[in-house]
Design a binder for this molecule. Structure first.
Ligand code: NAP
Length: 249
């Protein structure tokens, strides 16, 4: 029996990268999946097509998680498409490494608005839509909160906030049978990491040298962990932040 049969999941930022991998992984275990995206309709449609051609259920829903009205619409469309909600994966995120002297208000707000405000707005809305049997929130944080790389003060601060929010909301929402956990990936080769220019750099080489398992990750390294946290196999786990990083810390 599939681990997530009958469940409905929203995965934010699922048009590419880690989110696309998680959306496909949840669908492969029987969940109906909302593939959220901000601007990459083509990417989201491709993820949906892959899921449906494998016999799964998915729809693409546009929405900027940093805008409350968009977030409301994402969950309204989820209800319309699939009737209820069981799982939220807060994956949408942006990263821009910036040395202290180059930090601007714009760079700060772009990352905090998506990575922190967006995650809070989506979780707030999901909590209204979860049924009496509870719900499951999986936040995609980062191993940067353990490694603290130089020039990452803003991004690492956003993910530090995500770790703290995970601990707080696990306590706040536990009485409603809503579990809240985080996955903290190490560097994962995604479209975003390519366009940020991390691949092939000394930073990548340094991370690999510090990683006991000696390599950066792929979205497929994260997907099964998200499936585990989304399923009843992890039913007694809440408030955890799980480093999934080949031992890097
Ligand atoms: P990516 O390849 O750049 O993909 C980002 C996804 O997020 C895209 O689907 C994008 O949609 C969506 N997105 C961005 N801003 C959004 C917004 N305001 N509203 C809705 N969707 C939005 O990123 P990734 O590397 O897979 O990273 C995904 C998550 O993992 C992020 O939270 C990141 O911080 C975290 N993470 C990544 C790594 C890594 O090394 N890759 C490591 C640790 C943690 P559009 O394409 O439509 O804009």
């Amino acid at each position: 029996m599939s681990k997530l049969a009958g469940k409905v999941a929203v995965v934010t930022g699922a048009s590419k990268g880690i989110g696309a991998g998680i959306a496909k992984g949840l669908a492969a275990e029987g969940a109906s999946v909302v593939v959220n995206y901000a601007s990459s309709k083509e990417g989201a449609d491709k993820v949906v097509a892959e899921i449906t051609s494998n016999g799964g259920k998915a729809v693409a829903v546009q929405g900027d998680v940093a805008k409350a009205a968009d977030v409301k619409r994402i969950f309204a469309e989820t209800k319309k498409a699939f009737g209820h909600l069981d799982i939220l994966v807060n994956n949408a995120g942006v990263y821009q490494f910036t040395p202290l002297e180059e930090i601007t208000e714009e760079i700060f707000h772009r990352q905090f608005n998506t990575n922190v405000l967006g995650l809070l707005l989506a979780t707030q809305e999901a909590a209204k839509h979860f049924g009496p049997e509870g719900g499951n929130v999986i936040n995609i944080s980062s191993t940067v909160t353990a490694v603290n790389p130089p020039a990452s003060a803003i991004y690492t601060a956003t993910k530090g906030a995500v770790d703290s929010i995970t601990h707080v909301l696990a306590k706040e929402l536990g009485p409603k049978k809503i579990r809240v956990n985080a996955i903290n990936p190490g560097m994962i080769e995604t479209e975003g990491v390519h366009s940020a220019g991390f691949i092939g750099t000394d930073f990548q080489k340094q991370l690999e040298a510090q990683t006991p398992l000696g390599r950066i990750g792929k979205p497929d390294d994260i997907t099964p962990v998200a499936v585990f946290l989304a399923s009843s196999d992890s039913g007694w786990i809440t408030g955890e932040t799980l480093l999934v990083a080949g031992g890097l810390r």
